[in-house]
Ligand binder design. Sequence first.
Ligand code: HEM
Length: 508
Amino acid sequence: MGHRAVANGAPLIMPRPALWKDDPDCGHEVACEFQTHYCTYIRVPRLLTLQRPRADHPAETLAILALQACELWFAVLISDLRAALADLAAGETQTHEPAKLLRRCSSLIKLLDHQTDVAGSILARDAGFRIALRTSAGSALSPQFAELALLTRRLKKRLKDEGEGMNPPASLSLQPFVEAGNEYLSRFSAWRPRYLRLLKETIAPAGPRSRAPAYADFVALPELLSLQNGVKADWSPKGEPPTAIAPAECVSPDELMFIVVHQAFELWFKAILGELDSVIGLLTVATADVLTATRRLGRVVKIQKLLVEQIHIPATMLPLDFLRFRGETKVVDGVTNVRGLSPSSGTESYQFREIEIVAGLKGDAAHAEFLQGSPRLDIRLLTPAQKRRLAQPSLPEAFKHLLERRGVKDVVEIFTAADRHNPHADLAELADVLLEFDEFFRLWRVHHATMVQTMIGEKSGTGFLGPEYLRETAGMGLQGKGRVFPTPQVRPRFFESLWAARTRLGRY
Ligand code: HEM
């Protein structure tokens, strides 16, 4: 059994979370070895081993990540469509469930459309990425996409029958389902050719006897689709620490979506970290390649814009649907047993913390205190990888040193009006993208905080920090109430001097 850490002035020593099967270690410490933990529930360390580029092309990892994100969403779409069609076949038309599932399908196609656009612009147009992949004769590259197209045709037929009154009595309660279904169909038919064009632009189909990797191996499809089993702590009497991890179980369509949305975030976080590392590398060498660095940072901003949209996907389930798997209870011999997500939380995303460090929070006192942890929390967030990153140059540092090397004394000097010759035009363009990066990082926090409020109101968060903490980190005002850390957890902007320069511009 794990033990609870006590604060007695000495550093808190806590056990490592129990690993699931042979998943790699995430580097966290937790109060109780078998508590539900984000990294085992979302299977983050295992997920992040599934990108195995052959180093043929620098953008290969990005391509794998983008295609894996597509495949994860296909899995949710297939599960939702199947569940909606099954509900309907069973005459389940009195509840909101089938229409809810189809509305989610629409939102996911909208997201996939945006994602296809981002992947197309980064891979096909910016990086010029193209790879040969082996296909079996006559079969689609992605078996899941083929399944999705089949289910979509089935839905279309079902809606057509409904319209022609072949399934009488066509009850009024079917109206939301029909409307949601039609919306989904029109979005699907607009997105499908764009997705196929992306595949055509980036993948050269190779014959079945070629030595090129097969699509399924390239994206590690079987392994990718085996990571949604919702590994949680097993039942334990309320208030007592769990003693085991629950075995893999069937998860509901809502929980599948919930796991996948986090996994899709983690894939994109990996892409962002890779690009930020390369930007810092390009800016810190003696012959800095500012142009390439700006283009790479531009890719990050495109991904950030996608993530602002993606953070609203959890709200495609109803708050009470979420509470069902957030905290499960069962009574055995008069004793209430609990199981569920708590105390795991997105706040444990170690890649998110790494991005914060690289982006410029490495010198921030409140953030450092936060990473060290509090006796009131069941987890220590600071990992060895984060410690390594804290010792490396951050993005603002790389930019500052670049300005110094170029002899710029005051950042305002790099800006001119568009019709003036600017010897620092490359720096000015980079600065614009740095500001966008900063802006969208904060916007993500704001959108996440607002989505969280629509889902749980002012309830305590599973990570015990809660909505007030989120409003503080998002810069939505000081909250104070129920604060876990004595210092307000406000996160400064990464490029304060650039924001200040915007105010000073034109003032002579
Ligand atoms: C129903 C959906 C969600 C709810 C209710 C929710 C709730 C919360 C809450 C309450 C916190 C504060 C810590 C705590 O008390 O647990 C938090 C933090 C966080 N969550 Fe979520 N979350 C949701 C979805 C997501 C998703 C999809 C991601 C994507 C990775 C995510 C990433 C994060 C991150 C990175 C933090 C730390 C933010 C910071 O430090 O500024 N969350 N979440």
